[in-house]
Design a protein around this ligand. Sequence first.
Ligand SMILES: [Fe+2]
Ligand SMILES: [Fe+2]
Length: 293
Amino acid sequence: MRLAHISDLHQLDLTGVKWQRLLTTRRVFGGVNLLLNRVKEYRSDVFETLIDDLIREGVDHVVVSGDVSNLALESEFERIFHLLKLLGNGTKVSVVPGNHDYYTAGAAMTRRFEKTFYPFMFPEGFSDMDVDLYPYQKDLGEVVLFGLCSAMRTTPPLSHGRVGERQLQKLEYMLTRPSLAGRMTCVVVHHALHARHAVPEYTSRLLDRDAVLDVLNRCKVDLVLYGHDHVGTTWLQERPGKKTQFVCCGSSTRVTDDPVTMAKYRIYTIDNNKLRKLDTKIYDPSIRKFMLQ
Ligand SMILES: [Fe+2]
Ligand SMILES: [Fe+2]
């Protein structure tokens, strides 16, 4: 099977949004940042090109590792949902939330992200009373996928994340079930699992990164997909009898002058319960297409 991985779409859509709603502390701070740096970089036309490219590639499943929105507004979520829906339903698409998808207290408390994107995570629906939505599990055929939530409300300008003990206990229980023996496993989370330089380590790291890595080390996990870091990186962890490929996607919609941070997405070719190939497609603004690296 072929699995695609996209991330950090950061799509802004202010359709129908009253200016008063943009005046929350969080959005004012984010709004300034947005106007200065983001609005021209994380492009809506590149997101549409990305969807076209994924359809053309005919991949079996698409994983979205969070930060789909900028301000966690209904208008943003609705547009993103309708574009992702062009790829198919929950058998074709899986998502996890990023910190920008829990951007305000209102969005996080009302579970705005989950209420929009639940068909890609909990196709049976979910209850408002359910405190244990994550990790969710999906059988994709060749791969069993586990979606974690690391998103949390933070005080600007911080954007830390935390998975939490409860999700980690549940993840370890799920990953060690005998029914998974011989199956390829893939864990998806938004926040970065590699150490970055001093500023993002101080302002936007995954607070329980060591605990998450401990669980992944103890269990058999073949593929770990994440985002949050908009550059993107890949690293392999090998221990006796275990091999885990970690991939940070980078942003899939960002257009910059630097090829390292240019919009990209990943395609994993999986055969016989093993990762056989990892391809990266990078956006070429001169022809407005994603091209194989
Ligand atoms: Fe992001
Ligand atoms: Fe993020």
